[in-house]
Design a protein around this ligand. Structure first.
Ligand SMILES: NC(=O)C1=CN([C@@H]2O[C@H](COP(=O)(O)OP(=O)(O)OC[C@H]3O[C@@H](n4cnc5c(N)ncnc54)[C@H](OP(=O)(O)O)[C@@H]3O)[C@@H](O)[C@H]2O)C=CC1
Ligand SMILES: O=CC(=O)O
Length: 324
């Protein structure tokens, strides 16, 4: 059968699909597909491997109603109209677990980069501003022994907490809608209210999914409840924080700084004021972007598609999550 991939996909996934006898058409051009191109590829294909691109909305899904499956090369499923897909009988699958370590590493990298103003210091050297050093210049803050607050302690949040506890003896507090017993037992993570999470966290790392409940959650009202020395990390989705409020919160000293792997919109424009701030580190949504992890994700996405096309149950269905 024919599988259309919206980008060139990692070799491990391609090999699996081809070994299963499927033909994979990959979009290799360095530009987004037009709406018509997307529709035409979907019409001609039996499955879609979504590896990036514009939202999979109802109008596109209407042209995919013959498909058994759309395999996402991501854990996030906020870019798909799950309700429409479910109504049209199309299974949507994702790639949980295999990218948790790499994505948590990115959050960890951002945390230290903000604490030590690393991206800013790098820019100073590039501009020839290494200059005259004094004991009171270029100071960052320690994270050793501080409190890490996780908002959305699931697969990735757990690894972030694990790494921060092991590396820096950080105290872990978290807030979810449900308790995470594993984290409470293994990491001595303490469940707190959202308000307490804001008040107590020295580093607040967001790892919740983007839903109608989490959209714009971190706004000025929320930043005002955080410590003036707090570091805000978002390696989940840009829609979870309000960018205008985040800029003002850092400029006005409401919080110390922010580390972002995700922005809203993406890509972030080069004239964005956040990019000039000493206590800000921004990455271009590379949370899971390691060779090993992207191959593992491609394998999972391919296995889901192969299962669905063979009429077997898929491993990672997400259709049921549309009501969240
Ligand atoms: N930067 C990047 O490249 C990447 C980003 N991501 C993003 O990270 C997200 C998390 O991934 P992963 O850890 O695998 O997912 P999980 O589903 O394992 O974890 C998500 C956590 O968020 C919590 N959560 C959801 N809604 C809320 C809410 N309203 N309030 C508080 N907590 C909430 C859930 O707990 P509960 O249900 O109990 O509330 C759950 O513990 C993805 O959805 C994706 O958007 C993922 C991979 C890479
Ligand atoms: O953002 C990446 C994902 O896997 O979700």
């Amino acid at each position: 059968m024919k599988v259309f991939a919206t980008r060139v996909i990692p070799a491990a996934g391609l090999e699996l699909l081809e070994k299963a006898g499927h033909t994979v058409i990959q979009w290799a051009e360095p530009r987004e597909l037009t709406t018509d191109e997307r529709i035409n590829f979907c019409k001609e294909s039996d499955a879609l491997l979504f590896a990036g691109g514009n939202k999979i909305d109802r109008p596109l899904l209407e042209h995919c109603r013959h498909m058994k499956v759309i395999g996402l090369l991501s854990v996030g499923y906020d870019n798909v109209d799950l309700k429409a897909a479910t109504e049209l009988g199309i299974q949507i699958t994702n790639t949980p677990g295999v990218l948790s370590n790499a994505t948590a590493d990115t959050a960890f990298l951002l945390m230290l980069s903000v604490a030590r103003k690393a991206f800013y210091q790098h820019k100073r050297i590039l501009k020839g501003e290494w200059g005259f050093s004094t004991p009171t210049a270029n100071l960052g803050i320690d994270v050793e022994g501080k409190t890490l607050g996780i908002w959305g302690l699931g697969n990735i949040g757990y690894v972030m907490a694990q790494r921060c506890k092991a590396a820096f003896g950080m105290n872990i507090i978290y807030h979810n809608r449900n308790r995470n017993e594993d984290a409470e037992i293994n990491l001595q993570a303490r469940y707190v209210s959202f308000e307490e999470l804001l008040q107590q966290s020295d580093v607040l790392s967001v790892h919740a999914s983007l839903t109608h409940e989490t959209t714009n959650k971190f706004n000025m009202e929320v930043f005002r409840q955080m410590k003036p020395t707090a570091i805000f990390i978002n390696a989940a989705r840009g829609g979870i924080h309000n960018e205008t409020d985040l800029i003002a919160a850092i400029e006005d000293g409401v919080i110390w700084g922010a580390g972002l792997d995700v922005t809203n919109p993406e890509p972030m424009q080069p004239d964005n004021p956040l990019l000039q701030m000493p206590t800000v580190a921004v990455l271009p949504h590379i949370g899971s972007a390691t060779l090993e992890t992207r191959n593992a994700m491609a394998r999972v996405a391919a296995e889901n598609i192969i299962a669905a096309l063979a009429g077997r149950p898929v491993l990672n269905p997400v259709n049921h999550l549309y009501a969240l």
